[in-house]
Design a protein around this ligand. Structure first.
Ligand code: PMP
Length: 307
């Protein structure tokens, strides 16, 4: 993977090689950081790079920071402006991924959230697909459970909690699957290792509510709106039982990295007829048009990088 040329680090844009932290950094030792993940999409006809919903992403990042007792003067607007400066400096002319990180920066011993210096960094790098099988993924139910809101909140993108996602992903991939579905402590479906989940049953699009230990995904929210407004589909948030996904008509995952990834098999059972469904295919197409600034109904989701 190509590394960035620049980073926003300690209040300024510096060469990437200078953006370094020490081995005693609090966040590295205790998982006391939170991250974001946004994409910029290249529109070749317009020669423009469009950031997808940056204000929503940075609002969620600042909410995660708040949970970790961090205080910043930044706003979603100021972080978006810094990101635009960084992307212009990199002069990207392809799809990119942007990784902001808020972290406990002090060096020293002591597990706590208060009284530790907070810092923020942002980097960007060229990025393409995340799930290679994005039209016919085969997933399994993980034997791991999702972190609970009373353990480490899944609605904050807290780095320490991603050890849970890493257990889930590695065991699934080593067992030969593309991804895993994860149950929460009460046995309902929460999400994938780094994706929200949707199923289509009897013409209704269903996704777990934000109180079922899921990340409040920006792609999740976007797909819910696109499905309702562009396809006229009823969209319902409710808990999902494990066996419902065996008998549903279509199943897909959403995420900034995964975009809209079709799931066609779950633990060796075909979803529907075992091929990507028509609603999933339509949503993939609409989503791609929308993120690249080609959907006039949702232009306010696109922030241009170049003047
Ligand atoms: N769930 C988890 C656990 C994630 O890490 C992600 C990726 N950020 C998502 C869902 C999808 O969220 P979003 O659409 O905002 O990228």
């Amino acid at each position: 993977m190509a590394l960035p040329n620049f980073a926003y680090f300690e209040g300024q844009i510096v060469p990437y090689a200078e953006a370094k932290v020490s081995v005693l950094t609090h966040a590295l030792n205790y998982g006391t950081a939170a991250f974001g993940g946004l994409r910029g999409y290249w529109n070749a006809e317009e020669e423009q790079l469009y950031l997808f919903r940056p204000l929503d992403h940075f609002k969620r990042l600042l909410n995660s920071a708040k949970m970790l007792c961090m205080e910043f003067d930044h706003t979603p607007q100021s972080l978006t402006e810094i990101t635009i400066d960084l992307l212009r400096k990199e002069n990207h002319r392809q799809d990119v991924y942007i990784r902001p990180l808020v972290y406990k920066a002090d060096e020293g011993i002591g597990v706590k959230l208060h009284g530790v210096r907070d810092a923020i960094s942002i980097v960007s790098l060229p990025f393409d697909r995340y799930v290679s099988n994005d039209t016919n993924a085969h997933v399994t139910f993980s034997s791991w459970r999702r972190v609970d809101d009373n353990v480490i909140p899944a609605r904050g993108k807290i780095t320490g909690a991603y050890a849970n996602s890493a257990f889930i992903k590695t065991d699934a991939v080593r067992a030969g699957f593309d991804e895993a579905l994860v149950l929460n402590q009460d046995g309902h479906l929460s999400e994938g290792s780094a994706e929200n989940i949707f199923m289509l049953r009897n013409g209704v699009l269903i996704t777990p509510p934000i109180t079922d230990n899921v990340l409040e995904g920006i792609t999740r929210r976007s797909v819910m709106e696109l499905a309702a407004q562009e396809l006229g589909l009823p969209v319902v948030e409710r808990s999902i039982d494990r066996t419902e996904v065996f008998i549903c008509d279509e199943l897909f995952m959403t995420g900034t990295a995964a975009q809209v990834t079709a799931i066609t098999r779950v633990d060796y059972r075909n979803v529907g007829d075992g091929k990507m469904g028509t609603v999933t295919a339509q949503l993939r197409e609409i989503f791609d048009q929308t993120v690249r600034g080609k959907n006039p109904n949702f232009k306010d989701w696109n922030t241009p990088v170049y003047a």
